[in-house]
Design a protein around this ligand. Structure first.
Ligand SMILES: Cc1cc2nc3c(=O)[nH]c(=O)nc-3n(C[C@H](O)[C@H](O)[C@H](O)COP(=O)(O)O)c2cc1C
Length: 207
């Protein structure tokens, strides 16, 4: 086994270096027992296509942990550039001390299938019901089924395509937030054959 990295690399201690990741606003609560709350989550990911499932990993000491554990529900709200400050703030203060909806000015909107509110200002709200809980160590992973999705009408074009690239999405990279920008290609573009060019009818008129 190689113990020294090649000259152009340095060996780093094992840690979470899977970047970029999303930084999402997860809403929870909204029941008799629990007021609505928001928690910022970076350890989130899609885990299954059919049935649609995603996971979020939450430290048990978070106020949101007990809410999600007891209600079995949460909404993943995808923030945009406009909500970056709120996303960071919801990740550094606790719902034990603050009403995060009120303080950020974000609007709680009813869920379609879950009791906890979605964030109106976020272009996509993914309503989730917990199906499995995994105690991993520092974090507990909630694996949840997606039971409903709300998408902003402003981003849906005439053909029914959700143009999320127009939303101003953000990514979280090694402790910092970035706006997504340059388009690089679509799924499968690397193997797609270019359509053959139709021969010009009058080559002289070509510029
Ligand atoms: C960008 C960012 C990502 C975060 N990701 C996670 C995460 O994946 N899991 C987690 O338990 N806490 C995460 N946190 C920390 C919580 O959001 C933070 O402790 C929050 O204040 C908890 O709120 P609550 O006590 O109201 O639940 C993150 C914070 C930030 C700023």
């Amino acid at each position: 086994m190689q113990t020294k990295p090649p000259a152009k690399k340095q060996s780093w201690k094992p840690g979470n270096m899977l970047f970029p990741v999303p930084a999402v606003l997860v809403s929870c609560g909204g029941t008799k027992e629990w007021k609505p709350n928001l928690i910022t989550i970076a350890w989130a990911g899609s885990v299954c296509t059919n049935p649609p499932m995603l996971s979020i990993s939450v430290r048990p000491e978070r106020y949101s942990y007990d809410i999600i554990k007891q209600t079995g529900e949460f909404v993943v709200n995808i923030p945009t550039v406009k909500q970056t400050k709120a996303t960071d703030w919801c990740g550094v203060v606790s719902g034990r001390d603050h009403d995060k909806f009120e303080k950020t000015g974000l609007t709680p909107a009813p869920g379609l299938k879950v009791k906890c509110p979605a964030v109106l200002e976020c272009p996509v709200n993914i309503e989730c019901r917990v199906v499995q809980t995994l105690e991993l160590g520092s974090h507990v992973m909630f694996i949840a089924e997606v039971v409903a999705v709300q998408a902003s009408s402003e981003l849906i074009d005439a053909k029914g395509k959700l143009c999320l690239e127009k939303a101003g999405l953000i990514a979280f990279v090694h402790g910092e937030y970035f706006a997504l920008g340059q388009y690089l290609g679509h799924f499968g573009f690397s193997v797609r054959k270019k359509p053959a060019k139709a021969p010009a009818k009058n080559p002289r008129r070509q510029k």
